[in-house]
Write a protein that binds this ligand. Sequence first.
Ligand code: HEM
Length: 435
Amino acid sequence: MNPLVLLRLLWLGRLGYLERLARLSPDGGPIRIGLKRGWMVNTAELIEEVLVTRPDEFVKSPALRIYSRPLLGNGLLTNEGASHMRQRRLVAPAFAHQRVSRYAEVMSRFARDTFANWPDHAVIPSHREMTRLTLGIVGRTLFDADLLSDADEIGKNITELIHFATRQARSLRPTQTETENRRNRSALAAVERLNRAIYGMIEQRRAMNIDKGDLMSMLLLARDEDGNALSNEQVRDEAMTLFVAGHETTANASVWSLYLLAHHPEIQRDLQQQVAATVGSRPIAIEDLPRLPLAMQVFKESMRLFPPAYIVVREALHDLQLSNGLHVRQGDLLALCEYTMHRNPRYFPDPLRFDPTRFSPENEPRINRYAYFPFGAGKRICIGNQFALMEGQIILATAMQHVTVSPASSRRLRGDPLLTLRPKGEAKLRVTRMR
Ligand code: HEM
């Protein structure tokens, strides 16, 4: 890597580097991603072109396709081409609107169990708490499994693997270091532990041989055109992908939302009042959601400022030219950066201000669809987007029934851009219980 680029990265940090590049080249310009050369694409038109109009000319980034493979295998996030389409068709029914609505009850119950147990005047490690909560929800809704007792262990293993994939993607000698490095060996041992848990679950469910109506049953009952069932390995890859993609992002979005509410007590008060006036203290139900728009607005606005998937990267399959004239060579990476697009004053006036009214029913239609894309776009759009939005809305509304959050320290919470944008550290929040 060019030593100047390296120095700049070390000095500014990765997010600072991305922000600086976005400022320097408003339409897009060169970027270094690990060892590879690439182009940062900074207009909504080009983002639409790459993700929606010409998706077949690109594949996912090496960070996902190669370095996340020990964790995700060949699941939906990492799979490509016809095999991806086949798997997506198989998994899609679990995310159909009607089915996702049925998950609301589980989300509400799990959220209540979490917030009802937060002690008064305590300082809470919100990242750990939200990880436990979202892992519990994804386990119960998609796999009818009780993961709460093992949530801390699973969360720790997944964290280790995400660090591993990020290190690999950024390493100067990624493949050579895979087995040599002690930290990598410990990450690969974490894969083994997770595998044991998931294969155990698959064996158990195959032995039960009943359709529980959840995603695991769908995967086990699925047959391809020749009538073959999915192998245990394929089921494992989809299950692991959904565990990881389905809890890490939502946990991060919930932490950032609570953090922003803690720093904006007037918005927190409005939200508490809306929840109290529409639902009172009973559990949030699916029918309540349309009458809790502020919870959704807060969640969406927090994903604008801190998008959990802060960058989407694609690799060009062949030489091509984008509509702005940019020549892209085969193997070049294109960086579509939610973090900088969502903070671009061209699309969001006064972009650093936390303002949930941007997503009010009157204002939201004016937002450019490809300038705000926390879930991506086109045929690889997040399969869990409705699930995540509903979960976020329920988590925030339930939190506001139980507690008021405030900052635990005067230090600003910084983003840690791994595969997802996590808060750095435990993201501690001070909690006061509602009287
Ligand atoms: C706030 C929460 C979430 C955010 C911000 C988010 C973001 C994203 C983004 C940006 C992508 C597209 C990546 C790309 O094009 O390279 C994606 C894909 C995906 N997400 Fe999510 N996601 C969230 C929640 C979920 C949930 C709850 C699930 C499942 C329960 C899930 C499962 C997936 C899967 C399987 C894919 C791959 C889809 C495919 O390529 O066909 N995500 N997500």
